[in-house]
Design a protein around this ligand. Structure first.
Ligand SMILES: Cc1ncc(COP(=O)(O)O)c(C=O)c1O
Length: 478
């Protein structure tokens, strides 16, 4: 354990660092490799969760000093905590162009809870439809299936949204489709449906729109727009842990009057004006939809992260992430045996994020991800990314193949699941890290693998024979 964390990462090519790199907690941490050496961890799994900004940690610490019960607490710290919570709401609203006079920011625990809440709260009538797409994360698909019939807009051959198909479905079901629930960016391929154009179409055909901004929020500016604009976004949902603020919060934003029309889905303390044994008068939005004691610290963390992004400037961040994506697409396509999925043109970066799915033909995705980690210190993700229909489609899995996978999974054997590997960039990644990704992948592709990797039937993961995991206690103990 002599080479413990904190050695600085070697500097990358000129201008490869975004200023926000210095703001990331733990960015220099070294991790152990299979051969006994240590290397700076290269986190390319930002689509799953991002590390925290220092500012977030500092603001959370600061807030802890004054933290006390919020809402109706009479003490000074209670008043302060209520003030912090309200301020956080304003920061979030401002970040996405929401006006709290007519729209409300409901703090939830993550995007999944936000979308479930909207599904619970949407006043569907028998025969109503929701239109979503084939590329959605399960969190923007399953909550709708639970409430009504769902239509799926199709995809183009490169995995991007077929907007013509979406339009046709909207036209053919005008009046019945009450909501278009679409992702702002795919967590599998990074492809970004044209959300403002889709908003206009949805409104034209009498539907509202929810944009799942879980992926979009940390990477692109979002403007919900005024409600009288045909291109406005009615609802958005997102998670703070994907925006450099992993303190258990997220948001659902939508029209105040929508949430004030019906009873909340979760009821209890904080949701009411007055209660007798015979009746309940619900309070106003957003408090009506925040049952129980709220996550004040999570809200502060989210607001601090958004302020940090604002100060750094989203435009500069977008350009930096585009440069990383361009470089990665160019380098990975040149590696023998590597196959990319989704849009692959390095010059078409306006409608995609830096989320790049790939495979090394002939190698199980879980094995490739394990080698990249144990031999390169590179954190990637593999599998189906909570978007099974989309991944099965991109892999062109036949129904018979699907049935065979299904039988194995139901038999608790996840070792042969379809899928691929995903690299996803954050604002703090560098061109040097992209080069290290490509170099390590090139070595694996040419057969330079040190370890003997064994699959675990239950989890589907691969582990190198002989690697000792006890080292974990050197990083953290309770
Ligand atoms: C596009 C998209 N939507 C929704 C979610 C769900 O987010 P959470 O797990 O934070 O609720 C994710 C998470 O990966 C996502 O990528």
């Amino acid at each position: 354990m002599n080479k413990m964390p904190n050695a600085p990462i070697t500097s990358g090519p000129p201008n490869s660092n975004h200023p926000l790199r210095d703001e990331i907690v733990g960015v220099d941490r070294q991790v152990p490799l299979l051969d006994g050496s240590w290397a700076p961890y290269i986190n390319l799994d930002n689509a799953a969760s991002t590390p925290p900004f220092r500012r977030v940690r500092e603001k959370v610490d600061e807030a802890m000093e004054v933290y006390a019960s919020i809402h109706r607490g009479a003490g000074f710290k209670s008043l302060l905590s209520t003030h912090l919570y309200d301020k956080a709401r304003q920061v979030v609203a401002d970040f996405v162009g929401a006006d709290q006079a007519t729209q409300c920011v409901i703090f939830v625990k993550n995007a999944t809870e936000a979308i479930n809440k909207l599904a619970n709260r949407f006043p569907f009538q028998p025969g109503d439809l929701v239109l979503t797409s084939m590329m959605e994360h399960h969190s923007n698909d399953l909550p709708w299936r639970a409430r009504c019939k769902v239509l799926y807009a199709g995809l183009l051959p490169d995995g991007s949204l077929d907007v013509d198909d979406l339009t046709t479905k909207l036209r053919q079901n005008a009046g019945k489709i009450k909501l278009v629930a679409i992702t702002g960016a795919s967590n599998v391929t990074g492809t970004m449906p044209p959300i403002y154009e889709i908003a206009e179409l949805a409104h034209q055909y009498g539907a509202r729109i929810l944009v799942d901004c879980a992926q979009l929020l940390p990477h692109r500016p979002i403007d919900m727009g005024p409600s009288d604009s045909p291109r406005h976004l009615d609802f958005i949902a997102f998670s703070a842990h994907k925006v450099y603020a992993p303190f258990g919060s997220g948001g659902l934003i939508g029209p105040k009057d929508f949430f004030e029309e019906q009873a909340p889905d979760y009821v209890g303390g904080g949701t009411v004006e007055i209660v007798t044994l015979d009746e309940v008068q619900w309070t106003q939005a957003p408090e009506r939809d925040e049952a129980g004691s709220p996550n004040v610290i999570g809200a502060v963390a989210l607001a601090a992260a958004l302020q940090q992004l604002n100060e750094a400037g989203m435009d500069a961040l977008v350009e930096h992430e585009k440069a990383l994506t361009r470089e990665a697409l160019e380098l990975l396509q040149d590696i023998p045996g590597v196959r990319l999925f989704g849009p692959t043109d390095p010059n078409r970066l306006d409608d995609r994020l830096g989320v790049i799915p790939f495979e090394l033909v002939g190698m199980p995705h879980a094995k490739l991800a394990a080698i990249m980690s144990y031999e390169g210190g590179i954190g990637l993700r593999n599998g189906c990314f909570c978007a099974h229909p989309y991944v099965l489609h991109l892999l062109n899995v036949s129904n018979d193949e699907y049935l065979s996978y299904r039988a194995r999974v139901l038999d608790h054997d996840r070792s042969h699941l379809p899928g691929f590997v995903r690299a996803s960039f954050g604002c703090y990644n560098t061109l040097e890290e992209v080069h290290q990704l490509a170099d390590t992948l090139k070595r694996v592709s040419s057969g330079e693998v040190q370890g003997d990797y064994l699959p675990d039937r239950g989890s589907g993961s691969y582990y190198p024979r002989g690697f000792e995991m006890q080292q974990m206690d050197a990083f953290f103990t309770f």
